[in-house]
Design a binder for this molecule. Structure first.
Ligand code: LLP
Length: 417
């Protein structure tokens, strides 16, 4: 975790004690460090200095407007997957000319909006989608910039739910038929072929699957070149892993160094779409212990955060460190299951965690800056948490906690008979 550290037994983010944030804004609450976000972005930007390259932050990882704004001010581009994400980027001051639009099911309205906004390109995932984009561009009398997401059939070696570059996955265009799609696109009147992209999975902790994918893409690009089809940019997607517990993924700098070595002399503009490696370790979720409940076999700590607030542990069996906001000197350390108030056995944020707990203690669930709040739901009619960004010694509310009124907005009773 960057920028989170204990000082005299109290956990700080930048210059602010996490206890102070919980007191001011309540719990559960997400807390992000501006400096950690900027440094993570810069680790990409600096590794790419002197190269024609663009870092398009994957908005899905954390789409809070303040997060997007901080990154836009650093010069980031954005990888979006919906018109909603596009609207967020625009509202946060992002440059539409630095936006790539990914995703397998773009709606006509979304395509239209993106064309009107003037995005950099569509990452096209199927033949049918190509036709749809061509048709919408024709209605507007423009040429849509397109890149094809090629599925290189490499094993990313990650969790099956977040592995995307295998033939059996729904993503991208089969590398064996990609030449045909490029040929067809080259002949269409309302698209302009500008790139090739791939995204093979998320939370990769090795560089080799990325390099294998590049090899396959380069072979395909060579074939295309013999047919006179040339592209300007190569987009390698996101996927670089982070340390949640004891993983040792390469740093962005190490990853990019190897990518640049492989692509030397090729002359393509490079695009990256990192999400997790920018945001995950820039945030925590704070939650308070409500009750301690010891049964014959188990020690349960019932906390006020739940699977609806942070679903990664329940959904993927993901491990995120859970640490106290204030270290205790009294009491004893025991194994605890940290469970929320939601009525599901799968509602846990951590199991068998060695902690020294008392009711009322504040805990930080680490590495929650990516795929945390964005995946939160209102299950059990629970308002989603507040989000706070810390900038040096300031803690700013960047999303108010939802109210019950927010939750029921838009619902209505049947008319009286
Ligand atoms: N580009 C594309 C086309 C993607 O599908 C994704 C993530 C990214 C970029 C960003 O990947 P990253 O750098 O964050 O690995 N909810 C899951 C992760 C799902 C990732 C989906 N695609 C989790 O919590 O682990």
């Amino acid at each position: 975790m960057d920028n989170f550290e204990y000082r005299n037994g109290r956990l700080f983010v930048e210059e602010v004690a996490l206890e102070r944030i919980a007191d001011e804004f309540g719990t559960p609450v997400y807390v992000y460090s501006r400096d950690a976000l900027e440094r993570a972005y810069q680790s990409y930007a600096q590794a790419l200095e002197g190269h024609d390259a663009l870092v398009c932050y994957a908005v899905k990882a954390n789409s809070n407007l303040a997060v997007l704004n901080v990154l836009a001010r650093q010069g980031a581009g954005f990888d979006i997957v919906s018109a909603g994400e596009l609207e967020r980027v625009l509202r946060a001051g992002g440059d539409p000319a630095k936006v790539v639009f990914s995703g397998v099911g773009k709606q006509p309205d979304e395509i239209r909006r993106a064309l009107e906004a003037g995005i950099l390109c569509f990452n096209v995932e199927s033949d049918a989608e190509l036709d749809r984009i061509n048709a919408v561009a024709a209605q507007l009398g423009v040429k849509a910039p397109v890149s094809f997401r090629v599925n290189p059939d490499v094993d990313a070696g990650t969790h099956p739910y977040i592995s995307t570059g295998l033939k059996e996955n729904k993503f991208g265009i089969d590398i064996d038929t990609a030449v045909d799609v490029y040929r067809r696109a080259a002949a269409l009147e309302h698209v302009r072929v500008v790139g090739m992209d791939c995204h093979i999975g998320s939370q990769l902790t090795e560089v080799s699957p990325f390099l294998d994918a590049i090899d396959r893409l380069l072979a395909l690009l060579d074939t295309l070149a013999t047919e006179g089809i040339h592209i300007q940019h190569l987009d390698l997607g996101g996927g670089l892993g982070v340390c949640y517990t004891d993983e040792t993924p390469p740093t962005p700098g190490e990853y990019i160094e190897q990518v640049l070595a492989k692509l030397q002399g090729r002359g393509y503009k490079l695009i990256f779409e990192p999400g997790r490696s920018i945001a995950a370790n820039a945030g925590v979720m704070l939650t308070r212990v409500e009750f301690l409940k010891q049964t014959g076999d188990k020690n349960f700590a019932i906390i006020d955060g739940a699977m609806n607030d942070l679903i990664r542990p329940s959904l993927y069996g993901a491990y995120q460190e859970i640490i106290p906001a204030t270290l205790r000197e009294d009491g004893e350390t025991k194994p605890w299951d940290l469970v929320g108030p939601v009525c599901e056995t799968g509602d846990f944020l951590g199991k068998d965690r060695a902690l020294n707990l008392q009711p009322g203690d504040l805990l930080a669930v680490c590495s929650a800056g990516a795929y945390g709040f964005v995946m939160a739901s209102n299950y059990n009619t629970r308002p989603r948490p507040a989000e706070v960004m810390v900038d040096d010694n300031q803690a700013c509310l960047v999303r108010a906690r939802e109210t019950l009124h927010d939750l029921m907005r838009g619902e209505q009773l049947l008319p009286e008979a």
